[in-house]
Design a protein around this ligand. Structure first.
Ligand code: NDP
Ligand code: OXD
Length: 309
């Protein structure tokens, strides 16, 4: 029996070694070299081409290579009856917290403005408020959102979060549900999106949402590209209502050369690197779940199909 692997990042030898360390008895096949599809017992993948998973009739479990699972739901033939897990890992959470802190500090300390001033050779001093007076809002208080909230809280920021269901997190002002979204936005000067992409969160960062943020607010999106309506962001930056944006994820990746996001002076871009799960950690998790699937036990970090994340 075999495991099929697919990732858009081509590091096959690295993955073979890591998976082999943890599940030495399993043959690893790298998509598209599937061989006999009936041999495939497990799939470890990200952005598997549409229709492919449904061809494996003996699949026992599917594992996402990342924390997000929206890439599977794009496939109308995705085999929903197969147990399906995502990555939850403290190192992944810590790396995301680093990303969020790095870019919150950039906006908090006016780095985007200073980058422009450097180009203009302009010496203009801007006074950042103390961290305790800077209001950060995190949409999504799951594994990654809560990790980032704790780290920002440790740095002294005034942190709030918004989730689907009610939360009670010491030192973090918690909002939940559609009814409390406006209050959350009204007090958010730097908005971080760490939501999963679902039909409910698609295009959530749009012109209407931006008007509810205070003048001069900034946004950071390491969630998913389709959370953001790009044209609405550009309009809000050009009107001066928003001061800046940092984007890690995009509707189309790699971001096409023709995208106006690349050259907008108030936008900073990173190439979907906010937090990448380390192969060793993913392989270790997959091994634990392979063992569970073989014993017919529920998977660790199993995706809740009713929620879609
Ligand atoms: P979780 O599933 O642990 O958390 C998701 C959070 O979003 C939960 O708090 C959930 O609420 C909230 N949420 C979901 N739907 C809604 C809604 N309709 N309204 C309000 N809140 C909602 O996910 P993770 O924290 O592990 O990951 C979040 C996302 O980060 C991933 O789905 C992925 O898209 C992205 N990501 C990006 C990476 C990158 O490198 N750019 C790396 C890894 C992940 P509740 O708690 O009530 O369920
Ligand atoms: C993930 C990602 O979902 O890397 O883990 O985007």
């Amino acid at each position: 029996m075999a495991l099929i692997f697919h990732s858009s990042i081509k590091r096959d030898d690295w993955w073979r070694a890591e998976i082999g360390k943890h599940v030495p008895d399993l043959e690893i096949r790298f998509y598209p070299e599937v061989g006999n599809p009936d041999d495939i017992e497990f799939a470890l993948c990200f952005n598997m081409p549409e229709g492919e998973l449904a061809k494996f009739k003996n699949l026992k479990a599917i594992f996402s290579l990342g924390a997000g699972v929206d890439h599977f739901f794009k496939d109308p033939t995705f085999p929903l009856h197969i147990p399906f897990a995502r990555v939850v890992d403290d190192e992944l959470t810590a790396r995301m917290s680093e990303y969020v802190v790095q870019h919150v500090l950039n906006h908090h300390r006016y780095q985007i403005e200073y980058d422009q001033q450097q180009k203009d050779k302009s010496w203009e001093v801007r006074h950042a408020p103390a961290a305790r007076n800077r209001k950060i809002g995190i949409m999504g208080l799951g594994e990654l959102g809560q990790g980032a909230a704790q780290t920002l809280k440790y740095l002294g920021f005034d942190v709030a979060g918004w989730s689907r269901t009610e939360k009670n997190i010491e030192g973090v002002t918690c909002f939940h549900g559609g009814d409390q979204l406006n209050d959350f936005l009204a007090r958010t000067e730097i908005l971080v999106c760490l939501l999963p992409l679902t039909p409910q969160t698609n295009s959530i960062m749009n012109a209407d949402l931006f008007t509810k943020l205070p003048e001069g607010a900034a946004i950071i999106n390491p969630g998913r590209g389709p959370h953001l309506v790009d044209d609405d962001l550009i309009a809000a930056l050009d009107s001066g209502h928003l001061s800046g944006a940092t984007l890690d994820v995009f509707h189309t990746e790699p971001l096409p050369e023709v995208s106006p996001l690349w050259s907008h002076p108030k936008i900073r871009i990173t190439p979907h690197v906010a937090s990448i799960a380390a192969p060793g950690r993913v392989a270790e998790l997959a091994a634990l779940n392979i063992d569970r699937a073989r014993k017919g036990e529920p998977l660790l970090n199993q995706v809740d199909l009713s929620r879609g994340y």
